[in-house]
Design a protein around this ligand. Structure first.
Ligand SMILES: Nc1nc2c(ncn2[C@@H]2O[C@H](COP(=O)(O)OP(=O)(O)OP(=O)(O)O)[C@@H](O)[C@H]2O)c(=O)[nH]1
Length: 385
């Protein structure tokens, strides 16, 4: 390998990725993480140039001290961008931690930079620590999808190992002439560094894009107020669940749930309290049903549930419990004693030979009867039990 070519390639690749991330920063309505990641690339280039200058000038202040500070600052900026992306802001505690770590790094560096290659060992080790911190940071992130997270963790892990390997290679060269630094082992490390920087630079936008896409997708699937499935998504998933049940010949149940006298709550306490009551009912439905059940808000104060692999008798008992849980809940919304009950209509079929429209209409009919019989109860379409 021709070392000057390799160095030039490293710097050029970083300039390209830096420009690419800067463009993403401008396109993504000035998302600060991309700015930090872009700056990290240019800082790395500046550090590389300062370190490369040791072949031409004898100014350790620039070629070692400044170079090492810049080379460490670059991954530190990458991780700061990650913190910003994952947490939305940099807390005062994070800033204090960064200041402390920088001091811990700068103190020995200010003494070591005059000994050839010693500061390189310290900086490589510190960069490995930063990459390991990035792995922990990503591990704590609750992002969906997880695939880009795993890939980034892998890149950081390999990069950290590479940096530690560099430390092992550099330690015997401490005090030696800087030209000893061009050993074949270190050239391979440099090549690995180019590849990993490129891969990480390409992966960071993917992490952000996939997360945003997932959030947008959820916005189109969920009801804004209750975070249950919205009407369209509920109907879509319910059709799919019915198809599956038809193949497996399972019994399936559809429930329609409607709040009783909800208009009075709005009239008495106001729409905002009504909204909170709807939200609370949705939460109670979620805890009262299984994770395999589909729950949707069909509109207004009407909810629907599809329970796959469930008999009418089981659903009847579950519906009864739901009514009781909601009626006996210690209702208090913003210090107002809001009292709420629900009526439930249910229907079932084995092997799902009836289509969804028919099931919903039957459940709706049963719900109408529950209302007529005095509310706060479940009525099951009797012909299907
Ligand atoms: N706060 C709030 N109210 C809503 C929302 N959607 C529908 N409503 C209200 O829900 C009420 C439904 O009233 P009705 O259809 O008369 O039903 P009800 O008063 O619950 O009476 P029954 O169903 O017969 O027990 C109306 O006052 C709507 O304005 C919403 O998103 N938020």
């Amino acid at each position: 390998m021709h070392l000057p070519t390799l160095l030039l390639l490293t710097l050029l690749v970083n300039v390209m990725i830096g420009c690419y991330l800067a463009m993403v920063y401008l396109l993504r309505r000035h998302d600060q993480s991309f700015l930090l990641w872009s700056v990290a690339c240019f800082v790395f280039v500046a550090g590389g140039c300062a370190a490369g200058a040791r072949y031409y000038i004898d100014q350790p202040l620039i070629t070692y001290l400044l170079a090492d500070i810049l080379l460490l600052l670059s991954p530190a900026l990458v991780v700061t961008g990650l913190v910003l992306f994952l947490r939305g802001q940099l807390s005062a505690r994070s800033k204090q931690q960064v200041a402390l770590l920088l001091t811990l790094y700068l103190l020995p560096l200010s003494m070591l930079y005059q000994v050839n290659n010693a500061s390189t060992a310290l900086t490589s080790f510190s960069i490995a620590v930063i990459f390991m911190y990035a792995i922990v940071l990503l591990k704590k992130a609750r992002l969906i999808p997880v695939f880009p997270i795993y890939v980034l963790q892998l890149f950081f892990a390999v990069h950290a190992l590479l940096m530690l390997f560099q430390v092992v290679l550099v330690i015997p060269l401490i005090g030696e002439d800087y030209r000893a630094f061009s050993s074949p082992g270190l050239q391979w490390v440099l090549l690995g560094h180019v590849l990993l920087t490129t891969s990480t630079g390409l992966m960071l936008p993917l992490l952000s894009f996939s997360h945003t896409e997932n959030q947008l997708l959820r916005l189109t699937e969920l009801d804004d107020l209750t975070q249950l499935l919205n009407r369209r998504e509920f109907l879509k998933r319910a059709e799919q669940a019915l198809l599956q049940n038809r193949r497996l010949q399972y019994s399936v149940v559809v429930l329609m749930i409607d709040l009783d006298h909800f208009k009075q709550i709005n009239d008495r306490w106001g729409h905002a309290i009504g909204d909170l009551a709807l939200k609370k009912v949705a939460d109670l439905l979620k805890v009262g049903l299984r994770t395999t059940d589909l729950i949707g808000r069909l509109g207004g104060e009407e909810f629907a549930v599809l329970m796959p692999h469930t008999s009418a008798e089981q659903a009847s008992a579950i519906g009864q419990r739901l009514c009781e849980r909601i009626a006996h809940h210690a209702w208090e919304i913003e210090a107002r004693p809001v009292k709420l009950t629900v009526s439930v209509g249910g229907t079932s079929c084995v092997g799902a030979l009836r289509d969804l429209k028919e099931l919903l209409a039957d459940a709706d009919q049963a719900l109408y009867q529950a209302k007529a019989q005095g509310r706060n109860r479940i009525v099951f379409g009797s012909e299907h039990i």
